[in-house]
Design a protein. Structure first.
Length: 251
């Protein structure tokens, strides 16, 4: 079973469809900053985008309009109220259910713990249940803390490359002005267009690095005009993570 964060659940109380990963938005989204009320008044979430999302179910693509991008949402939610805007038929057999409109089934799933879990084709970028060492090698030998921050599997594997780089790493002198706190200065770089397209169609690579902590965010982009929108989303995430505002941006 995929982790709870990757699950999609039909919710009767949600007023909007909400997703926690940008991979659900094929055409990106409009940047916003709006609180999302929850049952716990002390733990309201923050929506950072709104746009059209897609779910691939049984080989068919379900398009959902005006969906919220809520990065810290524990699982993805489909609003029953939004679905009821169209004529809807719900069928249940044992612990399975299906939703149909105009005689055509567009959603299927399983009922577990009194919740309706949708069966869908998870985007490959969300599939994190692979060997931890593979992620460590593919991402350039990051430390365990960085893997944990990315929500990836952890491992006690002893990596010679990682140890060697740590032993011989020297500070870069007189290149950047010294900083004291996180987000005092962040550095941005864009690579591309890459002549050989990735499987996902990405041709550009956006990297954002916090100078004080070396905290890094990497975004793979298909179109150049997506760079600014993804930069705003990434910096909002870093500011929320560190509870500080960005003071200086270096390109």
């Amino acid at each position: 079973m995929s982790p709870m964060r990757n699950q999609v659940i039909i919710n009767c109380g949600a007023t909007h469809h909400m997703f926690n990963a940008p991979e659900f938005f094929p055409d990106s989204f409009k940047n916003i900053r709006s609180e999302v009320a929850t049952g716990d008044s002390q733990s309201n979430l923050l929506a950072l985008g709104i746009g059209n999302a897609e779910l691939k179910c049984n080989g068919k693509v379900l398009k959902l309009e005006n969906c919220l991008f809520v990065p810290k949402l524990k699982c993805n939610l489909i609003s029953m109220l939004e679905l009821f805007k169209d004529q809807l038929t719900i069928q249940q057999k044992d612990n399975l259910f299906s939703l149909s409109s105009k005689g055509k089934t567009f959603l299927e799933g399983e009922i577990r713990d009194r919740l309706m879990y949708i069966t869908y084709d998870c985007p490959k970028t969300l599939l994190t249940f692979v060997d931890a060492n593979l992620w460590h090698y593919c991402l350039g030998h990051p430390g365990r803390t960085m893997l944990k921050n990315l929500g990836l599997p952890d491992s006690n594997h002893s990596c010679l490359t990682f140890k060697t780089n740590k032993c011989f790493q020297l500070p870069i002198l007189n290149h950047f002005e010294p900083v004291k706190y996180p987000l005092d200065t962040i550095h941005i770089d864009v690579v591309g267009p890459i002549t050989s397209d990735a499987v996902s169609g990405s041709r550009f690579l956006l990297t954002i690095v916090d100078q004080a902590t070396s905290y890094k965010i990497i975004r793979f982009l298909a179109k150049k005009f997506d760079i600014f929108d993804q930069f705003v989303v990434a910096t909002n995430y870093m500011e929320n993570h560190h509870d500080r505002k960005t003071k200086k941006t270096s390109v």
